[in-house]
Design a protein around this ligand. Sequence first.
Ligand SMILES: *Cc1c(COP(=O)(O)O)cnc(C)c1O
Length: 353
Amino acid sequence: MTDAHLQQFASDNYAGICPEAGAAMAAANVGHVAAYGEDAWTMRAAEAMRELFATDCDVYFCFNGTAANSLALASLCQSYHSVICSRFAHVETDECGAPEFFSNGSKLLVAPTEDAKLTPDAIRAVATSRSDIHFPKARAVTITQPTETGQVYTLAEIRAIAAVCRDLGLRLHMDGARFANACAALGCTPAEMTWQTGVDVLCFGGTKNGMAVGEAVLFFDRTLSEDFDYRCKQAGQLASKMRFLAAPWIGMIESGAWLSNAAHANRSAATLAEGLVGLEEIAFVFPVEANAVFVQAPDAVLEGLRARGWRFYTFIGGAARFMFAWDADIGRVEALAADIRTLCAEQRSRVCA
Ligand SMILES: *Cc1c(COP(=O)(O)O)cnc(C)c1O
């Protein structure tokens, strides 16, 4: 089964561009405008972002999440500083050392936690483990919202982390590659999720939300963004035709697609999870709170799924990850659930035989 048009749920990046982002790109594709962000589209996108977050933050647009995270963390740190993260953090496991590279060596310190959620205690333990000159000085904390394991920090949890950060003189960065999914899950505003609970810098993901490309970096404490434009340029992140990186955000924000896309993706994950409830062969490895479902299943079931053409990753403890995008086809989600149920039943009859 290799039909290229059948949806797969291995990654939310398999999806294409949503209509609102596409239309905004097309609208911006008229005539000549100034380059390098000196244009009306970029100004309007930054303004839309400030309205969405209900605050006068500094806004930058770059190409991808690795760069956004790395440059944001670099702006918080000197080379001798360190950044506390979870062992599942994208900055730790999936950015090829870019945070260390762009910060000229600021070290990531992995806090031991059960899942991808950092806790105030874990942060405090790492930050206070050493205070001598031989250890990289803790300077920042990064949390991923929702986490790489599909969990959502509650506002109270973020507030508690922010309090520890304030207490220890640490800055708080949020990797929001799927930020919209967290807002949809909690039903809270972007402001409540960030600066009102103590987040200093947010990387707001546009790509997984339905854009072709692009992430926004928002500095709620504007003193932290000094020379950030130079960092972006040096890192190859200053788009010369910036309007095409900026305009999609206008479409996403003004139409509300940023939130409805995420809500649909979350609903799709919930649909799969509901379809698997009660199967004794299936264990949910993490609570399903956003657009991801991680399931532990017998090898025969996973092999059977692959044989039926389903694609998925098993990079976290062998668990299968299913990830839903803005355009997930609910019929196809139900087909996946049905295939898993069938394979589990076959497994059961084999075990009993
Ligand atoms: C996808 C993702 C990113 C960004 O990845 P890029 O491929 O660099 O755009 C960052 N953080 C998390 C948690 C992600 O899932």
